[in-house]
Design a protein around this ligand. Structure first.
Ligand SMILES: NC(=O)c1ccc[n+]([C@@H]2O[C@H](COP(=O)([O-])OP(=O)(O)OC[C@H]3O[C@@H](n4cnc5c(N)ncnc54)[C@H](OP(=O)(O)O)[C@@H]3O)[C@@H](O)[C@H]2O)c1
Length: 342
């Protein structure tokens, strides 16, 4: 089967950083599905895993953690899907990725592809939707609207609103909760993108967050979802969060921060990593199957839309290198997808 893979970890402008290769087609066992991959998306995790280092792999390593495809075979213990089903999923960071014609994935982290979307439109969603869903509902514990209807409206600050995760987080928060969504964006086009997805207020993460919130009549926020540069925003988040508020970050720290800044306000800080459930084979791993199906229902009922912004074809090393370079620039709006094998 065709695949894009690496053995060495090189800067993306080096043509050897991602290579077109031919690999053996894998065989499903246990609860695995064998999926024929039709479209993939690229996330910052791809560029972080590919980042230059001295390590050399003995076997080709396939990256890629977002796919849409068709089930072509199932392991003997798989019960949730059958051959021919159209699926979408992010997969596991501990296994070979989706940049290959065929991929094995545990059915408990796979959802049925939204029926109203093209392959490319659907491939934009899984990794970021899982992250946003788990961040908002499993970590920040924001009540969904049915539970919250009688409570006082609350405020959610999403730092990095126009990126892949922000684009779906804004929509899930606006559709499923009663919170007022304040998103950050630093350019006219990214600010407009956030507004188009439903953000109530947009402020600039390159200026003082507190001053801009105060100017909007918002002295402090109940929830903060930090989707970019946790180090840079740490002090500002500690200022902007309400007493007893909740902060969730999805971006690893590069240095050290002062956790004491959150003590007087009794603020809850939590991490979200969307690979946790699959990496540790958590007992509730199947929650990702359920949430991907919920997201597909929201799409198919017209409540939320795809975050796709750009499509390249075919899926090959040259196009993937181009998309990695774009992601590394830190200026991507929405999602970039690659589709079809040549
Ligand atoms: N823990 C997890 O499970 C998980 C899952 C997914 C992603 N992540 C991580 O989350 C981060 C975001 O992922 P993504 O897919 O949303 O990335 P992305 O699509 O590449 O994000 C691009 C956006 O980031 C914004 N941005 C750039 N610098 C910023 C800054 N200093 N502060 C705030 N926003 C800034 C830009 O907005 P402007 O152009 O308006 O500045 C741009 O629209 C990455 O580090 C990724 O590895 C973690």
């Amino acid at each position: 089967m065709k695949a894009v893979a690496l053995k060495t970890y090189l800067p993306i402008n080096n043509p050897d950083s991602l290579l077109d290769v031919t690999l053996d087609k894998p065989v499903p066992t246990g609860r695995d599905l064998l999926v024929a991959v039709d479209a993939i998306s690229v996330n910052p995790v791809d560029t972080k895993v590919r980042a230059p280092k001295d390590k050399v792999e003995s076997e080709y390593r396939v990256l890629g953690w977002d796919a849409v495809g068709r089930v072509v075979a199932t392991g003997p213990e798989a019960t949730l899907f059958k051959v021919g089903d159209e699926v979408y999923y992010a997969g596991s960071i501990a296994r070979a990725g989706s940049n290959s014609e065929f991929q094995l994935v545990d059915e408990r982290i796979v959802g049925h592809k939204p029926t109203t979307l093209s392959n490319a439109q659907a491939a934009a969603l899984p990794l970021t939707a899982i992250t946003a869903w788990e961040g908002l509902f499993d970590r920040l514990l924001i009540p969904q609207s049915t539970q919250a209807s009688k409570s006082k409206p609350k405020t959610l600050l999403i730092i990095g609103g126009a990126g892949g995760v922000g684009s779906i987080a804004i929509q899930l928060a606006k559709t499923l909760t009663n919170v007022t969504v304040i998103a950050t964006a630093s350019r006219a086009e990214s600010a407009q993108w956030c507004r188009s997805l439903g953000a109530d207020v947009v402020i600039d993460h390159r200026k003082s967050l507190q001053e801009q919130l105060t100017a909007q009549g918002i002295n402090a926020v109940d929830y903060i979802f930090c989707l970019n540069n946790t180090d840079q925003h740490w002090v500002a988040m500690s200022e902007a969060i309400k007493p007893q508020g909740h902060i969730c970050s999805i971006v690893e720290l590069r240095g050290q921060v002062d956790l004491n800044l959150l003590k007087n306000k009794s603020v809850t800080f939590t991490w979200e990593l969307m690979f946790t459930r699959s990496l540790f084979e958590a007992d509730d791993m199947i929650e990702q199957h359920h949430l991907l199906n919920r997201v597909a229902d929201l799409i198919d009922s017209g409540k939320i839309i795809t975050t796709l912004n750009q499509v390249l074809s075919p899926i090959n090393a040259s196009n993937l290198r181009q998309v990695h370079a774009q992601i590394e620039s830190g200026t991507t709006i929405g999602k970039i997808v690659l589709e079809k094998w040549q």
